[in-house]
Design a protein around this ligand. Structure first.
Ligand code: ZN
Length: 242
């Protein structure tokens, strides 16, 4: 996996590209600022405009045989963009997902700290401003998890810098808790580096998703629901407040 364009240029929401492959309802582009999703995070959405019109992009499907080949899924499978195109990433959708994703790191850090190294067993960040994380948390009073809502919002109020850094894989093994999640760690770059998201003074976590550059960019969040999933798993549902 190369470094994603959306990781190199997180503020790039519109650019030119060429269509390099087509199939009914999907195209591959020469370059794309879309995030392809993965690790529980939904892909970016947006639009492709070409000489023949404009069509919405509803998501991205990474070719299982070639992770560099991203099929941009089209809302209308009767049209086929060709040639030179203008690509637009939906900035509101990106912000909602990046906000909840960044806040999920904060929640992960708090749970890890509060409950003696409890691990994430699953995560999902949706485009509608909702998400969930599953934690391996036996024998915990749900009110203690619910009580994390206030400190989560304090982190948003404090405006902590969120910075992607790249660390050597061997170095990563030596940092306890860096690859804490069981499911959202991205593959390393071709030169063996791991992308790590640093939240100023609070958390470092390997991750390939989209994030804010400062926690203050997020709206307020609420912990919507906590469900018990089996003896060990707690599902924490959270959402951006209206
Ligand atoms: Zn992340």
């Amino acid at each position: 996996m190369a470094v994603y364009l959306c990781h190199e240029r997180p503020d790039l929401y519109a650019h030119d590209a060429d269509v390099v492959a087509t199939r009914p309802g999907a195209v591959v582009l020469s370059r794309s600022a879309f995030h392809p999703g993965g690790g529980g995070q939904v892909a970016d959405i947006g639009a492709i405009e070409w000489a023949g019109g404009v069509v919405a992009v509803t998501g991205v499907e990474v070719d299982p045989d070639d992770p560099d080949r991203w099929w941009h899924l089209l809302a209308d499978d009767t049209v086929t963009p060709t040639g030179a195109v203008q690509v637009t990433v939906d900035a509101d959708h990106r912000l909602r997902v990046a906000s909840l994703h960044t806040i999920s790191h904060v929640l992960n850090a708090f749970v890890f700290e509060e409950f003696s190294g409890a691990l994430v067993t699953g995560a999902q960040i949706n485009g509608d401003g909702t998400g969930r994380m599953d934690f391996d948390l036996p024998d915990v009073d749900n009110d203690r998890i619910r009580a994390l809502e206030a400190p989560l919002n304090e982190v948003i109020d404090r405006g902590l810098a969120v910075t992607p850094i790249y660390v050597d894989m061997r170095q990563a093994d030596e940092v306890d808790g860096l690859v804490r999640s069981m499911s959202v760690a991205p593959p390393p770059t071709p030169d063996g580096r791991l992308r790590v998201i640093d939240i100023e003074g609070l958390d470092r976590q390997a991750c390939g998703g989209t994030h804010l550059s400062n926690t203050a960019e997020s709206g307020r969040v609420r912990i919507a629901k906590i469900e018990n999933k089996g003896r060990h798993n707690r599902r924490v549902r959270f959402a951006l407040a209206d």
